[in-house]
Design a protein around this ligand. Sequence first.
Ligand code: UDP
Length: 266
Amino acid sequence: MSILSATKRSRQTVLGYPVDIVDEPLALELIKSSWSARRRLQIITLNAEMVVAAQQDRELDRIIRHADLIIPDGAGVVWALKLTGHKVQRLAGIDLASATLSQAASCGSKVALIGAKAEVLEQAVVLLAKTHPGLNIVAYHHGYFSAADEEKVVSQVALAQPDLVLVAMGVPRQEYFIDRWQAAFSQCVVIGVGGSFDIWAGVSKRAPIVMRRLHLEWLYRMVSEPWRLKRIGSSLPNFGWQVVFESIFRGRGSETKAKNPDDKSV
Ligand code: UDP
């Protein structure tokens, strides 16, 4: 029996995509277990935008379906789960990543960061060391390397034998990257964390707490970063309609049937 199935985890689906009903403590427990067993744990932070993107991108679709742990990162995903009767709290990828860094600092686990602009990453490394005392960042590299340099970057990072690799290159670039280099990070916890390094470096801001509590972080991002308007503005209604359609026409309850969670490698 896998560690995940031995815990309180339940796997549901949103528009056919798997989502694990985990809160932060359970996710951290799974991460710690993976470190102890030196077992790979690939974490996807699923939101509505990603679901809609995956519906048009077979590669992203495959990667999401094969991830070890898929957390309910987006308010849309949480809403869709609630509509089908599943009690779930949103677990934002940036919050889990930050809590995982704290856990890494207390466990002495080694951390690698890949992504963002060089100066942003350097700033994030400095600030993370302050906000997470004891953090052992063994390798880091910015996210603007050429395809020809990719192998070299990965080898350098892998040589430092990290236990946790955070990749911040945006969706789906970071998911493709993580998937391509599975073998190099076969004993690591790997999380795609989008724009988290920019936030940790202080070059971009998260929505105020009150907006986060109201599940309006997406609105804040749309207003503060208007270039997102086109992408978010088209994918959210698309997602919303599909979820409503599914809940009306397929009824309640959408347990994963196609994949047996016990088959997961964790
Ligand atoms: N980025 C990168 N390499 C690239 C393109 C982007 O490292 O080739 C970084 C970018 O600097 C930023 C992050 O990826 O730090 C993307 O953040 P965003 O908030 O757009 O992520 P998403 O919305 O996809 O989660």
